[in-house]
Write a protein that binds this ligand. Structure first.
Ligand code: GLA
Length: 671
């Protein structure tokens, strides 16, 4: 008998050794991790350095960034979880403060307490027997997520039996699906209905129109000084006389004729509708060069984006000389003898580049900052603001993103006068040059920039830190814009950062956006409702049909570009559902019904969607958007009328997705 017990014990021991499996966290599909910034890396920090906590380097693990969530499906097959956690030292910032949590089926099994930059790694050793879902969470403690680089080092899960890695993570996303019908062959004009220019400054407005080519364009009643190129639809010249001019644009092809009125306003205001275009940062970051910018301009035309009003091609950081850079192509004199800024070797001729971009009817943007160096350590404008503005104008630049970063060392403090000062200085310099340059402030929302961005002459201002292609980042930024609507108006826009659809990656390696298709519909719908600048952040030369569909629905774009210039407000938020409404010029309303499911995060379990529902029903009460009587509802993504309703309208929205509608009161016929 004794022997039988021994044999059984031996077999149990043997089978547990034989069948148990150890999984390193760095082996799983990292796209399952949501991080508040950047892309998590296996065996590297979030910024791709060796994993290092308080000076100690670890070979294995995951580098991520708060707020970071990962939900693993163990189905009771877990045995133990162990790891060392802490703040990665790469930022060297005292501001880093994070807290790690391990959750088992909604219960906190372990928590680190607040960890700071030089705190030793904390060891986790947990029995996870019987746990169905294991949640790994990093929060930004109580001071936000700035500098919160978080490492899970030597992180191992022991299982009682073999489980394929792919079964452990919830596969994010479903197949992309296209909602919008392709534009017809008939001509249709899509470009903005209002356009502002300063008297005497160079004018460029390209008629954006869909329809079969060849197409011939016209513009009746152009003010003196402007002419139209009938084959390209480019209107150019200069208008000296202030005033509002109503012009009739026309487009004609073998299938028909289209007309649309354009109001040209010659005065002090530009950017009368939110700027639309592309920016190099979210795809190429510092891997940007002249060829990539030209390729983007080419693709903006060849993909047809230009026919929907996309205009700006903006170079972000890394075109300047980088003092002390090891790379030869970045070295050189930062400025010439007159203090005019030099480009690095990746941009051999900025004027030629701008001529190239303009020849396509597009506009060129550039990037600098008020400090001595840009965020990526390249030469910026401190004490050379006038020379820089002059140089941009001479090159033919149309857009300037002006990024705070190293001005931190110059500013005495974060008081309002100190926050405003450098932006007013560059405004003054831009006002001295004979060119319309859209002025985009980038200082991540400090001092409630939305309250004074217009006062210092900004055409738009970033209201947040950097976006990344995760639901956590995009939804937090987007849905946090509630309350900023009072400050948006023609010429002055809140900017919740650039778009993260398509192939992104902060270069040179790119990956498809980690947002699910429904999350991407939410992203574009919300940014349109928010009257945000729309700056595409992906590689334009490699867009798939889904991405192109997201960016070329003219009814969605029209919501963003509406001449009234109102930003949507949130009118409803409950049970993970939100309703946002934007007033439009014709008296109708754009309405977004979102199934957000970001419940208020009061405690660690709230960070996870433990029981995710595929869709939900959302009800819009007409009275809540100021409509009485009957109203018509149009599905904007499908470009289809849904019908006429009274009092309320109900529809389904997918998980993390949206129903985007255009709603208008219907006048009852008198008998
Ligand atoms: C900051 C900005 C980004 C980008 C980089 C460039 O992080 O917020 O949008 O411009 O700098 O270095």
């Amino acid at each position: 008998m004794k022997n039988v017990v021994y044999v059984i014990m031996f077999l149990l021991f043997f089978s547990s050794v034989l069948f148990s499996q150890t999984i390193w966290l760095d082996e799983i599909d990292l796209s399952a991790i949501e991080s508040g910034w950047g892309s998590p890396h296996a065996n590297k920090s979030i910024e791709d350095n060796p994993l290092t906590i308080a000076g100690k380097t670890f070979e294995r693990g995951i580098g991520t960034h708060a707020v970071s969530t990962l939900l693993l499906k163990l189905d009771g097959k877990g045995k133990s979880f162990s790891a060392f956690v802490g703040v990665d030292g790469e930022t060297k910032s005292e501001k880093a403060s994070i807290e790690f949590f391990v959750l088992g089926d909604k219960n906190v099994l372990w928590q680190s307490g607040v960890l700071k930059i030089n705190d030793e790694a904390k060891k986790i050793e947990l029995d996870i027997t019987g746990i169905k879902q294991l949640g790994l969470l990093v929060t930004g403690s109580t001071d936000g997520i700035d500098y919160d680089h978080a490492d899970w080092c030597d992180a191992e899960i022991e299982l009682i039996e073999n489980v394929p890695l792919s079964n452990l993570v919830t596969k994010r996303g479903i197949e992309p699906y296209i909602l919008t019908p392709k534009p017809s062959d008939n001509p249709k004009i899509n470009s903005a209905k209002v356009f502002g220019v300063r008297p005497g400054n160079p004018f460029l407005y390209t008629i954006a129109a869909t329809g079969k080519r060849p197409m011939s364009f016209g513009a009746d009643n152009l003010p003196d000084g402007l002419t139209i190129d009938k084959t390209t639809g480019q209107i150019t010249g200069k208008v000296e006389q202030r005033g509002d001019y109503t012009v009739t644009l026309t487009a004609e092809n073998e299938f028909g004729h289209a007309e649309r009125e354009l109001l040209i306003s010659v005065g002090d205001k530009i950017a009368l509708t939110p700027p639309m275009g592309w920016n190099s940062w979210n795809c190429w970051a510092c891997a940007v060069d002249d060829a990539k910018v030209r390729a983007s301009a080419d693709a903006m035309v060849s993909s047809g984006l230009v026919n929907h009003g996309w205009t700006y091609v903006n170079i972000d950081d890394c075109w300047e000389i980088k003092p002390d850079a090891p790379e030869p192509e970045l070295q050189g004199e930062a400025r010439d003898k007159d203090g005019l800024i030099n480009t690095n070797k990746k941009f051999p001729d900025m004027k030629a580049l701008s001529d190239y971009v303009h020849s396509k009817g597009l506009k060129l943007g550039i990037y600098s900052g008020p400090g001595p160096l840009t965020c990526a350590g390249f030469t910026a404008s401190y004490k050379y603001e006038e020379q820089d503005a002059k140089q941009y104008a001479a090159w033919g630049i149309d857009y300037l993103k002006y990024d705070w970063c190293s001005y931190n060392e110059i500013a005495k403090d974060r008081s309002l006068p100190e926050l405003k000062k450098p932006y007013s200085v560059m405004r003054g310099a831009l006002d001295k040059v004979p060119r319309d340059i859209v002025y985009s402030l980038c200082q991540y929302g400090m001092g409630n920039v939305w309250e004074w961005g217009a006062e210092v002459g900004g055409n738009c201002w970033r209201t947040t830190g950097d976006i990344t292609d995760t639901w956590a980042s995009m939804s937090r930024i987007g849905f946090n814009q509630a309350g900023h609507e009072a400050y948006a108006k023609p010429g002055n826009w809140n900017d919740p950062d650039m778009l993260v659809v398509g192939l992104v990656g902060w270069g040179p390696q790119l990956h498809p956006s980690r947002l699910t298709p429904d999350e991407q519909y939410t992203h574009i719908s919300l940014w349109s409702l928010l009257a945000s600048p729309l700056l595409i952040g992906c590689d334009l030369s490699r867009m798939d049909d889904f991405t192109l569909n997201l960016l070329t629905n003219d009814e969605v774009i029209e919501i963003n570009q509406d001449p009234l210039g109102k930003q949507a407000s949130r009118i409803y938020e409950q049970d993970g559902k939100q309703i946002w409404v934007k007033e439009l010029e014709d008296g109708s309303k754009a309405v977004g019904l979102f199934y957000v499911d970001t419940r208020e995060r009061k405690s660690p379990p709230d960070y996870f969607d433990w029981e995710k529902k595929d869709k939900t029903t959302i009800t819009l009460n007409a009275a809540d958007i100021g409509i009485t009587g009957k109203f018509s509802v149009r599905d904007v993504w499908r470009q289809k009328d849904i019908g006429v309703f009274e009092n309320s309208f109900q529809t389904e929205a997918p998980y993390h997705g949206v129903a985007l509608l255009r709603v208008a009161g219907v006048k009852e016929k008198m008998d």
